[in-house]
Design a binder for this molecule. Structure first.
Ligand SMILES: Nc1ncnc2c1ncn2[C@@H]1O[C@H](COP(=O)(O)OP(=O)(O)O)[C@@H](O)[C@H]1O
Ligand SMILES: [Mg+2]
Length: 323
């Protein structure tokens, strides 16, 4: 797919929703080619004649134009002005996952499960396109109006063939795999490590390595294999997966396909352990219904049985189908 250049005059900026590291993000409207007025996000990045920045922006829009998945932010196009590049994407009205988690004590089990799977699926889609995100962290996951989690910010992403990382493009320390800053080694397994930290955030609603300086995190993680503490409330299977994802040796980390299928599989288990309200209600209703059948429906069944004089299991089946 081609990167899509759009006219600056078709974009109307409204309120600013965030300051990024090198940009400002606005809620905006964009008049699309078919005349439709869309609610979008506009990421406004100043170009200061910096060739590395311009090159990276090209990579960012190039990657955005290739992705197409419900767990990756949707790209509409970009406008180039003499002073700025404005990247236009779908608007995620509930902001970043990081900001959302800051306001929570814990997540309902259903939401934890949903977002864990969605985060992993977004990264899986990137891996399928041979893209290493390299800056997977909760501030780079966005939540849309319908509570869907989407990965964003391809500011330092690279094609998977690029196996070396440079000084200037290192992601945020708390989420970064140690081999990236120690040896400059880059692979899809670096994203799996960062996902492990994001899964931990979903479980705890806390900031990883809170209160620690980046250099301290770097030293402790790489030399002492230090990791955030996983609370005892965390279901065992999820705890094990998180620990595998943030293994020091990247070869011991599971691939993203395995992470997705394991998260999908133990979703129900998670719900039960966290006493998910919906699920508990369903189980209770089913139980009451079962008791109702046992106590009130059994005599008629006997009655029908004697009338028809047919086989007991067949009557049970008919009864089940009818009810
Ligand atoms: N599409 C969007 N909808 C809503 N908020 C967004 C959107 N894109 C970015 N943001 C907000 O802006 C912040 C920074 O955006 P990001 O693309 O990560 O820029 P940076 O490269 O500076 O980190 C995000 O953490 C989020 O809070
Ligand atoms: Mg970002």
């Amino acid at each position: 797919m081609e990167t899509q250049t759009i006219r600056e005059t078709d974009i109307t900026l409204h309120e600013r929703v965030a300051f990024g590291a090198t940009c400002e993000v606005y809620k905006a409207s964009w008049r699309s080619p078919n005349g439709e007025e869309l609610k979008v996000a506009a990421k406004k990045i100043p170009i200061r004649g910096d060739t590395e920045l311009t090159e990276q922006l090209n990579i960012e829009v190039n990657i955005l134009s290739r992705v197409n998945h419900r767990n990756v932010i949707k790209y509409y196009g970009h406008a180039v002005t003499p002073t700025h590049v404005i990247i236009v994407t779908e608007f995620a009205s509930k902001g970043s996952l990081f900001d959302y988690l800051k306001k929570q004590k814990s997540l309902p089990a259903k939401l934890l499960r949903k977002w864990a799977v969605e985060a992993a699926r977004g990264i899986q889609h990137l891996k399928n396109l041979q893209i290493v995100h390299r800056d997977i962290k909760s501030p780079n996951f966005l939540i849309t109006e319908d509570n869907t989690l989407k990965v964003c910010d391809f500011g330092i992403s690279k094609d998977a063939e690029a196996t070396q990382s440079t000084q200037s493009d290192k992601g945020t320390m708390s989420w970064l795999a140690p081999e990236v800053y120690m040896e400059g080694k880059l692979s899809p397994k670096a994203d799996v490590y960062s996902l492990g930290i994001v899964l931990w955030e979903l479980c705890t609603c806390e900031k990883p390595f809170k209160g620690m300086m980046p250099q301290h995190v770097m030293f402790k993680v790489s030399s002492e294999r230090y990791r955030p503490e996983i609370s005892t409330d965390c279901p065992l299977q999820l705890k094990m997966l998180i620990e595998e994802c943030w293994q020091q040796d990247r070869r011991k980390r599971p691939g993203i396909d395995e992470v997705v299928s394991r998260l999908e599989r133990f979703g129900v288990y998670l719900c039960i352990l966290f006493f998910d309200v919906d699920l508990t209600c369903n189980v209770l209703i089913f139980f009451l219904y079962f008791m109702f059948i046992i106590f009130f429906m059994t005599p008629p069944i006997h009655h029908v049985r004697s009338l028809l004089d047919c086989n007991w299991s067949m009557i049970c089946w008919v009864h089940l189908i009818v009810t």
